[in-house]
Design a protein around this ligand. Structure first.
Ligand SMILES: *[C@@H]1O[C@H](CO)[C@@H](O)[C@H](O)[C@H]1NC(C)=O
Ligand SMILES: *[C@@H]1O[C@H](CO)[C@@H](O)[C@H](O)[C@H]1NC(C)=O
Ligand SMILES: *[C@@H]1O[C@H](CO)[C@@H](O)[C@H](O)[C@H]1NC(C)=O
Ligand SMILES: *[C@@H]1O[C@H](CO)[C@@H](O)[C@H](O)[C@H]1NC(C)=O
Ligand SMILES: *[C@@H]1O[C@H](CO)[C@@H](O)[C@H](O)[C@H]1NC(C)=O
Ligand SMILES: *[C@@H]1O[C@H](CO)[C@@H](O)[C@H](O)[C@H]1NC(C)=O
Ligand SMILES: *[C@@H]1O[C@H](CO)[C@@H](O)[C@H](O)[C@H]1NC(C)=O
Ligand SMILES: *[C@@H]1O[C@H](CO)[C@@H](O)[C@H](O)[C@H]1NC(C)=O
Ligand SMILES: *[C@@H]1O[C@H](CO)[C@@H](O)[C@H](O)[C@H]1NC(C)=O
Ligand SMILES: *[C@@H]1O[C@H](CO)[C@@H](O)[C@H](O)[C@H]1NC(C)=O
Ligand SMILES: *[C@@H]1O[C@H](CO)[C@@H](O)[C@H](O)[C@H]1NC(C)=O
Ligand SMILES: *[C@@H]1O[C@H](CO)[C@@H](O)[C@H](O)[C@H]1NC(C)=O
Length: 743
């Protein structure tokens, strides 16, 4: 290390005085910089300004530029140079012509354009060959290339790797790709390519990695795939490929990673796959392929990952799986497996088990995750007992009598929609972050020992029969982010100490038996006050031979826009701030400070006994998409301020005691708002003419009694006042008229 460093410094010192990078290369780089600076829209992108790219210095010393020993530019690292800013609108696209000056640098061997890498070895690429990437800079994420790969790509005959992942490239993969015989890695993952895999891939004898994950590719996988002797990684998932798994693929004797999941293939999963001794990771579920339930499999491979969901696998969990003793990932979800949870799953190194949506039944073995189960030793430290981090056993028929000894690495446990009953266990591991127990028959009282679960962030126990006081449970969980307590038998009040839950952004306590009022303090919940920016969700991340995988905890099921639906954790869940207090017996008024909760996307207090007026401050809930006040005893006017809520998709005032004119404008006129059963409401939205909308015909006096009653309506309701006024005018006109008539 030291020697390297010294020689490096020596080199630089020796070279700076005598050489500088070639002028034309410097000019090309400056040209690139000035073009980029002029076209990048800084409201859409964060752009690192390349300050060191200064005409008076040696371009080999510039950031992101690498030269070789003779001061020739050979590498450019432009990754992360332009980063789309998080925004709800698509950023204005920037076209790839900005890259053109770079292609004059003929000595360039490596070029990282934002995220993709084009590695050019050997012969210098001409500018026109680079223009094969009809790139446009656009869109969010790391994605900036937009366009297609032209036939010109066939000129890059010395290219060793072509990685254009995560862009907006479309069109067909050109046949000319077959010219790139030096290619060892070819990745177009996460683009919009269409058509089939060109048969010319047969020429890519050096190809080791072929990754076409997540495109719109279709047709049959060409037979010639089976003749690529060097192939170790074949990822075709998330496309529309059809037809069977070709027997030619038996010849892929170096294959380690095979992903065919999420396609439209047909036929059976060939059993010879398990004869490929090198095979390590197999994802073949949700592909259209069916599991052969009759097959006797004696694997010659030792798989670390087995993912065969949604393949019509039936019977018991197959015994051969027990031979795969390095397995850390098992997904057999959404099949029709039955029987019990096999003991052999306790022996391995499993980190992720997904057996959700099957017909498993029986108990989860009490000592399931205990180490040395078979040697009979009692582990001194359970925390070292296993690697399990993610266990999804949802949607089965499991019941829980003896409590398993959970491993301490377990972060996500999904036991929802089973037949678990009795008290909620108290021995969840300390590390648990996501706990899903919904849709079971858990009962009994709280408290449970939640205070020990210091990492618990998401707790979902909806649809059980859990009783007890909310005041007992809330203080116990130190830092919850989401609490889904819907549809239980909770009673008691919402405590004023709720404002201590500084991370809480989703609270669903609907369908319980809560009483008391909505405490003022709820309006201080910081994560409901301020909208959180896009943050990394919670994926468990694996990178296997340059292919990335993420595992996310299960969706949170909430009542979102009138339907129960899953809110995916992966979808920037932290930006969802929801408060659902509906279907309880909460009384009192809506605290006027509720308008503080500016981050809320959903507020539902429907089906309670709330009275008083709608506070004007609700007009401050500028992110609100669903506001349901229905089925309460709310009186007074609908404030004008609600017209400001332009994100609304659901708005419901029905079954209250609201009165006066419905404000006119915005969403209030255009969307389907629930106004029914408020006998005092009027307005064109419900085709009831307000008294004030009948044109006044003549002036008249207002008697003192009526005047007094105005004060009950608070000074701000000008619209209503005018209405009231004109109705009195009409009445006095009518009396005048009668008088006239008599004469
Ligand atoms: C540097 O790169 C140029 C252009 O590819 C080449 O001609 C030269 O020989 C290289 N020098 C060294 C020391 O590698
Ligand atoms: C920059 O982008 C924003 C948002 O996309 C857009 O409103 C604005 O007009 C753009 N400015 C220019 C100069 O293109
Ligand atoms: C890609 O560029 C085309 C114009 O060449 C444009 O119409 C399209 O919207 C762009 N797509 C994206 C995702 O930026
Ligand atoms: C493919 O390579 C051959 C030489 O091997 C060359 O003649 C032909 O022009 C190349 N095709 C393209 C499209 O570049
Ligand atoms: C597999 O390879 C063998 C010899 O290497 C060859 O004879 C056979 O035709 C190949 N099978 C397929 C289906 O390509
Ligand atoms: C379960 O499998 C069926 C086909 O067997 C499929 O239609 C369904 O989408 C799958 N469900 C999930 C959640 O993957
Ligand atoms: C799954 O198997 C059942 C019979 O066991 C069959 O009726 C059904 O068509 C199969 N599903 C698919 C998608 O092939
Ligand atoms: C577990 O399997 C179910 C059904 O296939 C699926 O919906 C869920 O996303 C899986 N979980 C993970 C983490 O892959
Ligand atoms: C945890 O629960 C057990 C059993 O209910 C109880 O004995 C123990 O005292 C509780 N511990 C704490 C810290 O609440
Ligand atoms: C809430 O927090 C305050 C100060 O942060 C503290 O004094 C109070 O005891 C807490 N209340 C509860 C119930 O934890
Ligand atoms: C709700 O609470 C009230 C009063 O405490 C009680 O009468 C009623 O039975 C409770 N309802 C349920 C479903 O527990
Ligand atoms: C409003 O809520 C009531 C229940 O209180 C429901 O019946 C009605 O369909 C809802 N209307 C709209 C428009 O959402």
């Amino acid at each position: 290390m030291k020697i390297f460093l010294i020689s490096f410094i020596f080199n630089s010192i020796a070279i700076i005085p005598s050489f500088s990078c070639p002028l034309h290369q410097k000019q090309a780089l400056l040209h690139f910089k000035s073009t980029l600076t002029s076209v990048i829209n800084t409201t859409s992108y964060r752009f690192l300004e390349l300050k060191s790219w200064n005409p008076s210095s040696d371009c080999c010393l510039w950031e992101r530029v690498n030269c070789n020993g003779t001061k020739t530019v050979t590498e450019l690292h432009l990754d992360g140079l332009v980063v789309p800013l998080p925004a709800d609108i698509d950023p204005t696209p920037v076209f790839s012509s900005v890259l053109a000056p770079l292609f004059q640098i003929s000595s360039l061997k490596k070029l990282d354009i934002i995220s993709p890498t084009i590695q050019c070895m050997g012969r210098s690429p001409e500018m026109d060959s680079f223009s094969t990437l009809q790139t446009h800079i656009s869109t969010r994420g790391a994605n900036i290339l937009n366009g297609s790969v032209s036939v010109e790509v066939g000129k890059l005959v010395n290219l060793k790797s072509l990685i254009l992942g995560a862009n907006y490239l479309s069109g067909k993969i050109p046949e000319e790709i077959g010219n790139l015989t030096e290619l060892t890695e070819f990745s177009l993952q996460n683009n919009k390519f269409v058509g089939g895999i060109p048969s010319s891939v047969v020429n890519l004898k050096k190809l080791e990695i072929l990754d076409l994950y997540m495109n719109c590719l279709s047709m049959q996988i060409p037979t010639t795939i089976g003749t690529l002797p060097s192939l170790t990684t074949l990822v075709l998932s998330q496309n529309q490929f059809t037809g069977p798994v070709l027997s030619s693929m038996r010849n892929l004797s170096k294959l380690e990673l095979l992903r065919l999941d999420y396609n439209k293939l047909s036929g059976e999963i060939p059993t010879w796959l398990f004869d490929i001794t090198t095979l390590d990771l197999l994802h073949i579920g949700d592909s259209g392929l069916n599991w052969n339930n009759e097959a006797k499999i004696v694997p010659r491979c030792n798989l670390r990952r087995i993912s065969i969901p949604s393949c019509n696998m039936s019977g018991q969990i197959p015994e051969w799986i027990s031979t795969q003793n390095n397995m850390y990932w098992l997904d057999l979800s959404n099949n029709t497996l039955e029987g019990t949870f096999p003991d052999f799953l306790a022996e391995g190194k499993l980190e992720i088990i997904n057996l959700s949506q099957n017909n498993l039944n029986g108990l989860i073995p009490a000592r399931l995750f205990e180490k040395n189960y078979f040697s009979g030793e009692i582990p001194t430290s359970i925390s070292e007992a296993n690697n399990l981090e993610y266990l999804d056993l949802s949607n089965n028929g499991l019941s829980l009598v003896n409590l398993p000894v959970w491993g301490d690495k377990l972060e996500t446990l999904d036991l929802s929609y089973n037949k678990f009953s009795g008290n909620i266990p108290v021995n969840f591991p300390k590390g648990i972050k996501f706990l899903y127990l919904g849709g079971n028959r858990f009962c009994g009282n709280l408290p449970w020992n939640l205070s020990k679960l210091i990492n618990l962030q998401y707790l979902d126990i909806h649809e059980n029969n859990i009783q007890g006081h909310l005041d007992d449970i809330l203080p116990q969980i130190p830092t919850p982010e989401a609490l889904i307590l819907r549809n239980n038998l909770f009673k008691g009040y919402i405590l004023t100490s709720i404002s201590n839950l500084s991370s809480l952004h989703i609270l669903d306590i609907s369908y319980n038996n809560l009483t008391g009022i909505i405490p003022q303090e709820i309006t201080n919940l910081p994560k409901m006050v301020q909208l959180m920016q896009m943050t990394t969700p919670y994926p468990k991340f694996y990178n296997i031979r340059s292919v990335s995988y993420y595992i996310y905890p299960s969706d949170l099921i909430v009542n979102w826009k009138q339907y129960l639906r899953g809110l995916p954790i992966r979808n920037n869940i932290k930006a969802y701030s929801l408060l659902d207090l509906s279907h309880n017996s909460i009384r009192g008024e809506i605290p006027s400070s509720l308008g503080n909760l500016k981050a809320l996307k959903l507020l539902s207090i429907s089906h309670n006994k709330i009275s008083g007026h709608i506070p004007v401050s609700l007009g401050e809930l500028k992110n609100i998409e669903s506001l349901d006040l229905s089925q309460n005893e709310i009186s007074g006017l609908i404030p004008q301020s609600l017209l400001k809520l332009n994100q609304l998709a659901v708005l419901n005032f029905s079954n209250n005691k609201l009165t006066g004119k419905i404000p006119v404008g915005g969403q209030m006129d255009t969307m389907n708002v629930g106004f029914e059963n408020n006998p005092g409401l009027c307005g064109m939205q419900i085709h009831v003419t307000c008294p004030e909308d009948i044109p006044p015909l003549k002036g008249g006096d207002v008697n003192e009694d009526e005047k007094e009653s105005w004060f009950l309506w608070e000074g701000t309701w000008v619209g209503f006042l005018i209405g009231f006024f004109s109705s009195i005018l009409i009445m006095s006109y009518f009396l005048d008229f009668l008088r006239l008539f008599k004469i």
